[in-house]
Design a protein around this ligand. Sequence first.
Ligand SMILES: [Zn+2]
Length: 183
Amino acid sequence: MASPVAHSLIGLSAYVLVKHRHLDGRLLLAWLVLAANLPDLDFIPGLLLGNVDEIHHSASHSLGFAVLVALLVAVFLYLKDHGQRLQLTLLSAGLVSSHLLVDWLTRDRGAPYGIPLLWPLTSDRFQSPTTIFLDIRRNNFFTWEIISHDLRAVAIELLLCVPLLLACLYVARRMRGGKNYRA
Ligand SMILES: [Zn+2]
């Protein structure tokens, strides 16, 4: 798995693209960053059971889960009579899917390997043949080998995701500039 740094930067990138359309900015930011990290909440049952990996990389790491999140968001926004229902529903599903993409592209050293991308159609696991993100190791946290590995993993995530954020900031500024010009 990648760290929350990569997923959160992707959520933040989505936020800078759409924030000008919404009044509830901080709430939107919190939701988009959460949506990008949502599949990893499968750590919580494992924590309660005493083994963080017990349920990790299961159904929450699938396109079926992304569809489920989209449905729940759509129903919630419909009940709230929210004006940006379609955009926020698609954005939420897109951010959950971005999490799957990042994890698919992340080195996985622990069996069962990969994620059940197409659940519930199949429980087969998928892993990119070429990975670009390093896994985060959670055993023996305080050995220098683990610390240096995890620091390297986060550095790669920053290297790949900060340019995405900067590109989104640039596009958002251009979009706002164009809007102001038309007004
Ligand atoms: Zn994950």
